[in-house]
Design a protein around this ligand. Structure first.
Ligand SMILES: *[C@@H]1O[C@H](CO)[C@@H](O)[C@H](O)[C@H]1NC(C)=O
Ligand SMILES: *[C@@H]1O[C@H](CO)[C@@H](O)[C@H](O)[C@H]1NC(C)=O
Ligand SMILES: *[C@@H]1O[C@H](CO)[C@@H](O)[C@H](O)[C@H]1NC(C)=O
Ligand SMILES: *[C@@H]1O[C@H](CO)[C@@H](O)[C@H](O)[C@H]1NC(C)=O
Length: 264
């Protein structure tokens, strides 16, 4: 009889333990895909869809429900400061031909590492709240229909290393961080600003397919890390300062607006 009660007790203890384990596991499991950051991301992306006026290729047709990691163009990864939870690490909507604007709510995507929306038809300003994206490393908004003055906000994004946009003279403020400048086909006009020369960490400088003109600023000899300079399809005049390209200079010293590509 005693052994019967013992069996029963063990049986119940077993059930209670299983219950406790499953109760403990369940929140952990669901936390992975259902945590506050993904809920914020959901709010941000939902707000964004409301700012989209056309999506002819139906890229965002998968953008419904709370599981944002499953949306087309949305990439999730463990959070940079907490590997036990998932968060939105990247957005890649390039070549989607979407029109609309970028809402301030995108500042809710606090763990974003890359944001690629090149080749769409987005208009309007960049959200001021982009400055809150402490981990944003790559921003590519080229081939869109943004207009107006250069968005100062990008100069305040702390981790930015790769920027594909149009160029301001205040670019010099990014002296210590910017490695590549690709501002191809953005309708840029006028001469290059003198301040370009302060970017001594830039390795790739591509301003092809614009309507830039005038001589290259002499300050460009300060671009000491430059490995590749692409000037093709512009209306520059004069010569490439010899100090920029000691090796390539004989072949390419005269600016050829058709195909001026230097490598060193
Ligand atoms: C993610 O999407 C795929 C199909 O696109 C679907 O089969 C799967 O069930 C989805 N997963 C979740 C967790 O929603
Ligand atoms: C983009 O969408 C617009 C409107 O639907 C269409 O007229 C245009 O041809 C599309 N462009 C590309 C490159 O698909
Ligand atoms: C954008 O930034 C402002 C100012 O910090 C803040 O009040 C607002 O809540 C932010 N909006 C979103 C949607 O993140
Ligand atoms: C290029 O510059 C020349 C003179 O500097 C000017 O006559 C010509 O119109 C310019 N072309 C373009 C496409 O801007």
């Amino acid at each position: 009889m005693a052994s019967y009660y013992l069996d029963l007790l063990i049986h119940w203890v077993f059930i209670v333990v299983i219950l406790l384990i499953s109760l403990k596991l369940k929140p952990l499991e669901s936390q992975k895909l259902n945590n506050p950051r993904l809920m914020q991301a959901h709010a941000a992306l939902e707000a964004w869809t409301h700012c989209m006026t056309s999506d002819p290729n139906k890229i965002t047709s998968t953008w419904s429900g709370p599981n944002v990691c499953n949306y087309t163009g949305i990439y999730c990864a463990p959070a940079p400061d907490d590997s036990t939870i998932f968060t939105v690490a990247g957005i890649d909507l390039k070549n989607a031909n979407i029109s609309g604007s970028l809402p301030e709510d995108l500042g809710l995507l606090t763990d974003l590492d890359f944001f690629h929306i090149n080749s769409n038809r987005f208009t309007g300003p960049l959200p001021e709240n982009f400055t809150k994206l402490a981990y944003l490393y790559e921003l590519d908004i080229s081939f869109n229909q943004f207009s107006g003055p250069f968005p100062q906000v990008v100069l305040a994004i702390p981790s930015l290393r790769y920027l594909d946009i149009s160029i301001p003279s205040s670019v010099a403020k990014m002296k210590d961080t910017l490695n590549e400048i690709i501002i191809s086909n953005t309708g840029l006009t006028g001469p290059l600003p003198q301040e370009i020369g302060y970017l001594d960490k830039v390795t790739v400088f591509d301003v092809s397919f614009n309507r830039l003109e005038g001589e290259l600023p002499g300050t460009m000899q300060g671009m000491k890390s430059l490995e590749q300079l692409v000037l093709k399809h512009n209306n520059f005049s004069g010569v490439v300062p010899t100090s920029i390209f000691e090796t390539a200079v004989d072949t390419y010293s005269h600016i050829d607006n058709i195909g001026c590509i230097f490598k060193r």
